[in-house]
Design a protein around this ligand. Sequence first.
Ligand SMILES: [Zn+2]
Ligand SMILES: [Zn+2]
Length: 485
Amino acid sequence: MYEGRSYSAGRSMYLYQIRQKKTKKRRRITAAVIASFLLGSVFFSAPNTPPIQVHASDEQLSADPSNEAPDSADQLVSNLTNEPASQDSDSKTAVLPDTSSDEAGTKNPVIFIDPGHGGTDEGCAFSGVQEKTVNLAIAQLLQKRLCELGCTVILSRSDDSYIAKEDRVILANDADADLYVSIHQNSSEDASVNGLEVWYDGADTSRNNRRLAALINRQTLLCTGAKKREMHSDADFHVTGSTRMPACLIETGFLSNAAERRKLTDYGYQAQIADGIAAGISMYLNPKTMYLTFDDGPSAENTVRVLDILKRRNIKATFFLIGENVQKHPEIARRIAAEGHTIGIHCNVHDYKMLYRSVDSYIQDFETAHRIVYETTGIDTKLFRFPGGSINAYNENVKDAIIQEMNARGYVYFDWNASLEDALGDSTPEQLIANGVDTTLGRKNVILLAHDVVYNTGICLDELLDELAEYEMLPLNEHVAPICF
Ligand SMILES: [Zn+2]
Ligand SMILES: [Zn+2]
């Protein structure tokens, strides 16, 4: 079951617990803090560290709390009463961890892991299996994994304590954690329902919640073989909505499903889940680089669809424009510039035979397009892309001379090393996504060719970006090392 959707919704449960207990007792929050230097390196000082290897199980890990990672370097003990957190938060003295640094003074990434529920709040329960227990077992395995990778890990609870969700958020925010991952189990009235869900706050694009959610979702599915379910962008949970760092909530399976419940209580399967979440976090912290490039625009509806998606996800891309199309849709060209994307020149008229007839015909077409883009957007771009790429069936005899002339004029061209192969316009969205993923070949540095004028490219873009979430998307500039055929 999900946690309460709001403080007010959770309050009646809270008061019920108070009545049941009748007497107040002191509550303890324990934040286990571990800084590990076992590997001699940390995420931020080794940006190209490959994603961790994933094992089906790991005998070094143990769900037995007595065998967990070296614990409680700093224990956070707070004297909470049963009063709602928001009423007594001022009275708490949160002793937050001294997050460790490596020799170069780089702060280790601080990961806040939140095993849902605890204490009197057991979450959902079926056949004697309580959600709070499964959540904690997975969280402790994840803690061990992340510590091995050089992260500083804070647990919202390391035992069967009740911690109000408001306090979990306060702890994470006060610790200035880099990422927040809440672990829960799901339930349904339909006992056949199973699979993995990840929730995030899609309304707050400043935190990159979606990229974190997508990576954790994908990697955990890969490690567990669990059924893929939809990612949910409309999470309205306090822990994902009020945290200040990228955050997501993973429901690792359905306790209401007998087969999945058996797996979720199995140590090996719990370790697979922890491996998957850790791999997602590792990829988030160690992004590869991708430059999304869109050719042949602007067009009316299709470019707008692409721009809307990029804006919603706070991604900057590169558009190689056609002069004629800029004249048709000047307001869209201006929007591309205004929203911080890079503009390059593609051509004025997309006619291979005319363009590559001679150096002069190429330069004349280019100068026309450059002037139109400058007069429309105010951008005096130095970037360009050859129609058909720098090596194509039409330019063999003039290619070298054109490149020499363009370089002399101070322009730099970019080919690509991955492609949606959407130029023909007859591929389904699913095929385009497969093309995009397959042609990147896991490279660390990718320039991806796409066409914003193609309808299906805009249709598949959101899902494609989820599939490519291990990449940080950046706009080209004249200092980026170009990829040339
Ligand atoms: Zn839950
Ligand atoms: Zn083109």
